[in-house]
Design a protein around this ligand. Structure first.
Ligand SMILES: [Zn+2]
Length: 164
């Protein structure tokens, strides 16, 4: 993804007030490997139930404020992140809810979805199987996963932004 500046990130949140956006703690952007990201995701170190996701929707940065569910998934089972679709132990996948943008969100309407607990889908999809004659090359697998991840982030974001 294209790099994001702190200002672009703060102005990107579609489901937070301006005051809330200004208080969001930003991650260390100089450490981000932008080329290896489909979206920038992080948890709030001060308020662990909060998470944030920002990506480029065309030429516009769009950010979503997320809240992790208090109730964890049953331990010992596997669960799948709805964005990267990678199956993991259930403690690494969390139900997040996002207030809808605008009045609907202020009235309490939310969109819920299961996402990697650390919001690091981009890292997971880059763990590739070794090359084999039986399947597409690792580069092709990654390209497909990357495209699908962006498409699912788009769909989730569209749902959050849908005001009707
Ligand atoms: Zn994921």
């Amino acid at each position: 993804m294209k790099p994001l500046s702190p200002t672009e990130i703060r102005e990107s949140f579609v489901n937070a007030s301006q005051g809330e956006s200004e208080r969001i703690p930003l991650p260390g952007l100089h450490e981000v490997l932008w080329d290896d990201r489909e979206y920038l995701g992080w948890r709030d170190p001060q308020a662990r139930q909060r998470g944030y996701l920002v990506y480029w929707r065309g030429d516009t940065p769009v950010g979503i404020v997320l809240r992790a569910s208090e109730s964890a998934l049953r331990p010992g089972i596997s669960a799948m992140c709805s964005l990267c679709r990678i199956t993991q132990p259930s403690d690494q996948v969390t139900l997040f809810s996002a207030p809808r943008a605008g009045q609907a969100g202020r009235d309490g309407s939310t969109v819920g979805t299961y996402i990697c607990d650390d919001l690091a889908c981009s890292h997971l999809i880059r763990i590739l199987p070794p090359a084999s004659d039986m399947q597409p090359s690792p580069e092709e697998i990654l390209a497909g996963r990357s495209e699908s991840l962006v498409a699912r982030v788009e769909a989730f974001t569209s749902d959050v932004m849908r005001t009707a």
